[in-house]
Design a protein around this ligand. Sequence first.
Ligand code: 5GP
Ligand code: ZN
Length: 110
Amino acid sequence: MCIFCKIAANEFGTQFLFENENVLAFRDLDPQAPTHILIIPRKHFENVDELTNSEPALVGELFAVARSLAISEGLPAHRTVFNTGAGAGQSVFHAHLHLLGGRSFAWPPG
Ligand code: 5GP
Ligand code: ZN
């Protein structure tokens, strides 16, 4: 079972900022900004491409949760990111949307 599937099964007692039958949100272990939240489907998909192919509506659900967390965390400016593939910085191969905020961000990204 992958690490995010284990988190979804609540093996580590992770505190969820949001949960419903499809989606979970929790804070990143190694935050890259003052607020860094991961929003994931409960079900395992390797990356957002697989998720989009199988359950496109769920991509929208992840963004709806990001939107509501950006409001509750007080982040009018924020960044949402899917890294897809090791070459793009993906290190956990269970699709996840990063929500980052609380500082300014450079463009283009590194
Ligand atoms: P990726 O590099 O795949 O886009 O993002 C994976 C993210 O998962 C990283 O930001 C990393 O810090 C985070 N992460 C990895 N393992 C764990 C964990 O066990 N718990 C939490 N909360 N975050 C994790
Ligand atoms: Zn998984």
